[in-house]
Design a protein around this ligand. Sequence first.
Ligand code: ATP
Length: 219
Amino acid sequence: MKIGIFGGTFDPVHFGHLRSALEVGEACGLERVVLIPAAKPPHKGRGAMAAAADRLRMIELAVAGASGLAVSDMEIRRAGLSYTIDTVRYFQSESPGGEIALIMGVDAFLEIETWKSFREILSIVPVIVMSRPTPRGGRAESDRERVKGVLGGIVSPEAVVETTKGLQAPGFKPVTVQPVTALDISSTRIRELVGAGRSIRYLAPADVVEHIRTKGLYA
Ligand code: ATP
């Protein structure tokens, strides 16, 4: 049993997150991908966020009936700052014998050295980095080089080798760069559109769009 954990602010969740999660799950043979909204992410300086309960509810609506996708409220229940190391340890203790993989975007991986206990994270859990190739291609290759560069900076450049399991650095679990369909959607853009009174239809699941409307979020 292999489970992917995918954290984020999800303010709100959109088709970019969902399609990537589904594709990574299928490509990497994961039983399911669990989306985990952060109570309070350490990296986002932005002030007002939708309430945790709303962000969680929107993911529940988005993954309802989708086999292979799930949601966890563990970071929200824990409250306070959400550190990935704690989340990884929690999921590993919850599924003894099962394998956990940590999923993140390239943007997140490029900042991994700012994360609490990042060396421990890399040593206890395989990482799947989602790369979004542009229609002209090439991006996945340069993303792999960028990810390799980050790993090389942490250990030493010559110590990182490409294996069938992904990029392997001594003492660390493999880091895989997985191409996913590039959908140029961001939560920021959705919030901006709502704020400007414009439609967000087709950027997120209809139930999520409806939740935003009825709760008056981001208006
Ligand atoms: P914001 O615009 O508020 O910064 P976001 O849309 O980037 O939000 P987050 O909740 O910060 O969403 O993202 C969580 C994770 O999802 C990050 O690792 C990010 O790389 C990834 N992600 C965000 N947008 C997309 C997308 N369109 N396709 C694939 N992955 C995405």
